[in-house]
Write a protein that binds this ligand. Structure first.
Ligand SMILES: Cc1ncc(COP(=O)(O)O)c(C=O)c1O
Length: 361
């Protein structure tokens, strides 16, 4: 008797390992016995400016959290001057990005992507069974508006465009005047403003100009809640409703919800932190700009993007390994070896600059 065949996984997932080989979404920490300078994930190097033990103390852990997250959504709506019906909250901005893809694409349809950019737009699309149409950024790592228009015309299955601003990994902000030129396209356009608090520049006013435009943000970076996982979206009402309907009901835990509310109640506490991170970023940038082997880009976020060469990469990688410093090496259409380094503490930034000096000598 023939055994009925058993398909273990969705067919397209068989390719993922080969497709993704050599590119990690999460970096491996170097093996180092001293204190590691973790400058690879754009986290805030300082703990959040709220009293976590006090928040944790009052929580009722044996009950599920509020799945509607009404209180948190009301605060987010208030802060951004939008209707709470337009607000979704997720387990990090990642969960919202994943849901946006799953709610707007049919399998086989495409997102438009502007690399180099946040890798998870591509990853989530490929896991879902969608395709990715790349419209690379220009030499200054700004989006190519005309290229996006042409790609949209040539790919009738394209449904969604993510615009990361400031862009991870390049730190480039996309100005509203460029995005306005895209609002007539038959696409959802989502501005990913995960690094908004560092740039203080937003595309949110475009919410009033289009019913297919949205903004997503995170508490992970500026506000230092990466370990708790909270992000939010400001979306057209119908899309927000759908996402609230389908999301796993308790994906944002109680501690994360309460901590995010506390952050929103005390936003002013972060201003000195942002100021010091930005001044450290400029210290790093001006020092890196003096290294002939590097081209460092201007950045409006808490990280810097540098183009370098294969030879320099080899030297720097080995020094960083010895010194216990972790950064991200990335692909760029314009550089055989590029990296992104997050702004760390003053001490970490000093260590990184000394390592670069050693590699350059
Ligand atoms: C551009 C961008 N979007 C979204 C995320 C995910 O953020 P979260 O920690 O809120 O899931 C990241 C994290 O690195 C990011 O860089």
């Amino acid at each position: 008797m023939n055994e009925p065949s058993f398909r273990r996984f969705r067919a397209h997932l068989g390719d993922l390992e080969a497709q993704w080989s050599g590119t990690t979404a999460v970096p491996e920490a170097p093996k180092f016995s001293g204190p590691l300078a973790k400058m690879d994930s754009n986290e805030n190097p300082y703990p959040p400016e709220i009293d976590m033990p006090e928040i944790a103390q009052g929580l009722v852990a044996n009950r599920y959290p509020d799945s509607t997250m009404e209180d948190l959504r009301a605060k987010i709506a208030d802060l951004n001057g939008v209707d709470p019906e337009c607000v979704v909250v997720g387990n990090g901005c990642d969960e919202i990005i994943d849901l946006l893809i799953r709610m707007t694409l049919e399998p086989g349809e495409a997102i438009l992507n502007c690399p180099p950019t946040f890798i998870m737009y591509q990853r989530f699309t490929e896991i879902f069974g969608g395709t990715v149409v790349a419209v690379p950024r220009d030499r200054e790592y700004q989006i190519d508006v005309e290229g996006i228009r042409v790609a949209c015309e040539n790919n009738p299955g394209a449904r969604l465009l993510f615009l990361c601003s400031p862009n991870n990994p390049t730190g480039t902000v996309t100005p509203p005047r460029l995005v306005e030129k895209l609002l007539d396209l038959p696409l959802w356009i989502i501005a990913d403003e995960t690094y908004y608090s560092f740039a203080g520049k937003t595309l949110a006013p475009l919410l009033a100009k289009s019913d297919r435009f949205g903004v997503v943000r995170s508490f992970s970076k500026g506000y230092g809640l990466a370990g708790l996982r909270v992000g939010y979206g400001l979306l057209p009402k119908d899309l927000a409703r759908l996402i609230r309907l389908v999301r796993p009901p308790y994906s944002v835990n109680l501690l994360a919800q309460k901590a995010a509310e506390e952050v929103l109640d005390h936003l002013d506490r972060w201003e000195p932190r942002f100021a010091s991170i930005l001044s450290e970023r400029e210290r790093l940038r001006s020092a890196l700009a003096t290294v002939p082997a590097l081209r460092v880009l201007p950045s409006e976020a808490n990280f810097l993007f540098c183009e370098s060469s294969r030879q320099f990469k080899e030297k720097l990688e080995s020094v960083l390994q010895e010194e216990g410093i972790s950064i991200r090496w990335l692909a760029s259409p314009y550089s055989e070896a590029a990296f992104r380094v997050s702004v760390g503490t003053q001490e970490e930034n000093g260590r990184f600059l000394r390592a670069v000096e050693r590699a350059a000598s």
